[in-house]
Design a protein around this ligand. Sequence first.
Ligand SMILES: [Fe+2]
Ligand SMILES: [Fe+2]
Length: 487
Amino acid sequence: MTAPTTHTGSAPDPDGPLNPVDYSQRIPNNVGLNTDRRLQRALEGWQPKFMDWWKELGPAIPTQDVYLRTATAVGRDGWAHFDRVPMEEYRWGIFLAEPEPDRRIAFGQHAGESAWQTVPGEYRAELLRLIVVQGDTEPASVEQQRHLGSTAPSLYDMRNLFQVNVEEGRHLWAMVYLLHAYFGREGREEAEQLLKRHSGDPDSPRILGAFNEDTPDWLTFFMFTYFTDRDGKYQLGTLKESGFDPLARTCEFMLKEEAHHMFVGTTGVQRIVERTAQIMRDHPGDDLWDHGAIPLAVIQKYLNFQFAVSMDLFGSEQSTNAGNYFTSGLKGRWGETRRKDDHVLLDQTREMNVVEDGRIVQKTVPLLGALNLDLRDEYVADCENGVRRWNQALEEAGLDERLALPHEGFYRQVGAYAGHHVTPAGEVVDEAAWQARTDEWLPTPDDRSRVGALMVPHHEPGSFASWLTPPPQGINEMSVEFDYVRF
Ligand SMILES: [Fe+2]
Ligand SMILES: [Fe+2]
């Protein structure tokens, strides 16, 4: 059994330390970049362009340093190191998860064959597209969030925002590495384009809709990290199964970083709900805004919106592309190796919802053609967990009100529900009924401006905004009052 080698020919020593990251080089990496001078030079040529992009469209508020974690090794233990870092000196680099010896493709028509260490010619265009679309989302969210620092509800939260931002920047590096290393001139050109499209730019927008939406306030940010970063988690989960081993190893390590983004979203919304629940309990009947907190109905509307736009990111329920990606071995299902079926899926079917004559009805479709729906269902089940957790805060406060995910058909622009109006409760309604009630279901300009008015900076150590509770503990065993960001 031999360990698969990377394209650089630098086979990792299976008995050596767990892929330590080499920080002595201009581009920190654990892929032996210095053994491939051409690739190294190409990436060193891209690096200043990335830095220009970060300065222009990364976090807008000037800071001295931020208490950030940096990867030191990709193994299970001790991969993170915490320190105060001036953000522009953050060491973005290329980190792949350890290779799995003799890794085999787990699904599709190539099931059982050795995973590919180079790009198979027949799948080159599809792989390039998958990597470009994933890569495009990473810098997009940094652009969307660039003004949030100036209204951070605490230094703790500001630090978490910046941690997410530098890691999304690193995820861009992860995809650009694959483009440069495996796709030649075409890959290098796509890498340039990743810095040229910008979130919300009318002439050159980001590829996916949710990544062109505004993130104007922290309620949106926490909903984004909960729902939209979680879409990212599920997409990465399918790519981590890829037969193209460098992509699989890249995504596996990205998923470890992504866990923190999930944490920021889950606990961020949780702390907002906790504050709202406290006020509702202690001042029944009062206007929440008067207490500097956010009404539960408004939290629900933000949740509705972010869930719907994130559901659209999964694409159409029925997709020939998704089926082809699977059969070709490019993109697996969530938890592919844990599934108890033949991993080929020919002749299998499943149920899906469609709208017919103003009603939602089920129809039976081939499973292979409905893999986007398969992934989306996994995602929705995961989303429910957070909602349950948030509802606990309401229950503990002795309140009857609850938050809920809207129906899967609510406010959808993509797939089977596009062109129909479905209420959060799952009722199909006509245009007039929809127009009459959207203000109950989606944030209104007034909601947004009231939330916006609460976004006043809390930039003193230990100070927290009125509309959320402080976290139960700080980062890396530091206190909640620690000055996580210095100006
Ligand atoms: Fe990411
Ligand atoms: Fe993320």
